[in-house]
Design a protein around this ligand. Structure first.
Ligand code: HEM
Length: 496
């Protein structure tokens, strides 16, 4: 080995140890929560693996319910207990309600208009208020439910047709289209996922699916902001492309509606209600803001809701005795030829327990949407630094054996005698988050998930396709923007 090479190796080893020493000193002096030792430069990135929710749950068993990870240059604090989640999301909500905005979300200054990424500013409150009053209030949901019932009927007709032909169906795919159309009809009274022959709707569906796929992949530009200008994985470029296309479609729909309103045509949907507000003299909303609200709601609502539905059906097929109990509850309460509607849901406690149990085991957003710490604060005796990313590991809390008996089993019965719900008050079950940033779409999701599961169970008997038996079902999750099933849910429906 020549002298230059030996010098280089020695200098590298020395630099490695100096950096590590420096990091440890900084960590000790700032009293950060404990965590695995980071490597120089990359930090703990390699520890995340392909299923970060599982990796971080294992690490929290070693380092405790509040721990520090260094993801590249980003300090990340992981919270894994209901007590600490309550401190972060409720008691210190003033400090923890901002977002760590991913690089890809910053195209066209989208983060300055988006409910998902805005800090809890006056603008964010205005958009949340518009959602609460014009989209998700009980009155609006009641007045738009006829549009969703129609989409459900189409799903049931589709499944019936498949069942008569004895054909196998990909239930996840059918559910995805139904949820997409339920949301698009609630907003615009139109389908955005038609048959594959419709160019525009096929494009819309493809874009949403690509957004979901890309959104779930780690972007090194988030871990090393210095790399942002070169966009090494091309995220920025792809997101720009999706955004431009989605914005064009949604803006076109708004434009078209504004013209038809001039002809005094009235639709009883969310877009109409928002445009009425825009035209009002005291309007606070602009057309651009309306477009952003719709984009946010589509991206945040479709995959979360359809993934939950697919998991609920998968768990019921995996546990036939629970499926039978749901059926029994429905048969006892509803006449055979009666059509199920959203207002019936409150009559089905077991079905509601099934949905809670599904969200306990498979929260679509296992770390919520990352929060950010706005100032140095003491949590549980440790200092959480300003600008740290905060991940609340709801997946870990849902599987914690100190909270739940048989945590890995699907046992809806656990909720029958319990007051626990997912509305942000019981911190052991917060799949929708809690506090200021709690999901605004919760009322929509609750109605849709309960009604679609109930209707699929009530109208059909179900059998796994391809000769698969329940014991051999693959119930593994795949980490992405939402926690999806590793295997598609291929089933055969039999008319009940
Ligand atoms: C089962 C279905 C759903 C689940 C589990 C879910 C879960 C979540 C979670 C965990 C968050 C982040 C909370 C936090 O950061 O603390 C969130 C935020 C959000 N969700 Fe949902 N969601 C669902 C359905 C929906 C639907 C149907 C819509 C709209 C149509 C929607 C719109 C939003 C929006 C706009 C935000 C951002 C709120 C903010 O940052 O202020 N979600 N959701």
């Amino acid at each position: 080995m020549d002298l230059q090479l030996v010098t280089l190796v020695c200098v590298s080893i020395l630099t490695f140890f100096i950096l590590k020493l420096l990091y440890n000193q900084i960590q000790n002096s700032t009293n950060l929560p404990p965590g695995p030792r980071p490597y120089p430069i990359i930090g703990n990135i390699l520890e995340l693996g392909t299923n970060p929710h599982i990796a971080l749950t294992k690490l929290s068993k070693i380092y405790g319910p509040i721990m520090t990870l260094k993801l590249g240059s980003m300090t990340t604090i992981v919270i894994s207990s209901p007590q600490l989640a309550k401190q972060v999301l409720q008691e210190h909500s003033q400090i923890f309600s901002s977002r760590k905005v991913p690089h890809a979300a910053q195209i066209f200054d989208n983060h300055k208009f988006s409910i998902v990424w805005l800090p809890p500013s006056a603008k964010w409150r205005k958009l949340r208020k518009a959602c609460a009053t014009r989209v998700f209030s009980p009155q609006v949901l009641d007045s738009t439910k006829v549009l969703r019932h129609q989409k459900l009927k189409e799903l049931l007709d589709f499944v019936k047709e498949k069942s008569i032909k004895g054909e196998v169906l990909d239930l996840g795919e059918a559910i995805f289209s139904t949820v997409l159309n339920s949301i698009s009809n609630t907003f615009f009274s139109m389908d955005l996922s038609h048959s594959t022959s419709d160019e525009k709707s096929r494009e819309f569906k493809n874009i949403i699916e690509s957004c979901m796929e890309d959104g779930g992949k780690p972007n090194v530009a988030d871990f090393f902001p210095i790399l942002r200008p070169i966009d090494p994985q091309g995220f920025q470029a792809r997101t720009t492309n999706y955004f431009v296309k989605l914005a064009k479609i949604v803006d076109g729909i708004i434009e078209c509606r504004m013209c038809s309103r001039d002809d005094s045509k009235v639709s009883n949907d969310v877009l109409d209600s928002l445009l009425t507000e825009v035209e009002g003299t005291s309007s606070q909303l602009s057309r651009k803001e309306i477009m952003h609200v719709f984009l946010d709601l589509f991206v945040a609502g479709i995959d979360t809701t359809s993934t939950t539905l697919e998991w609920a059906m998968a768990e019921l097929l995996h546990n036939p005795e629970k499926l039978a109990k749901v059926k029994e509850e429905l048969c006892e309460t509803i006449d055979e030829d009666e059509t199920l509607e959203e207002q019936h849901i409150s009559k089905f406690p077991y079905l509601q327990a099934v949905v809670k149990e599904t969200l306990r085991l498979h929260p679509p957003a296992p770390f919520l949407v990352p929060h950010k710490c706005d100032e140095v604060v003491n949590i549980s005796g440790f200092q959480v630094p300003k600008d740290a990313q905060i991940l609340v590991n709801v997946w870990a809390m849902g599987r914690d054996p100190t909270i739940w008996v048989n945590p890995n089993m699907f046992e809806p019965e656990r909720f029958l005698e319990s007051e626990i719900n997912f509305k942000g008050h019981n911190f052991e079950l917060i799949p929708f988050g809690a506090g200021k940033r709690i999901c605004p779409g919760l009322p929509f999701a609750q109605r849709s998930v309960c009604l679609i599961v109930a209707s699929l169970v009530h109208n059909f008997d179900w059998k796994l396709a391809d000769g698969l038996i329940t014991e051999n079902m693959n119930m593994m999750e795949h980490f992405g923007l939402t926690l999806k099933r590793v295997e598609t849910l291929r089933v055969q429906a039999i008319l009940a």
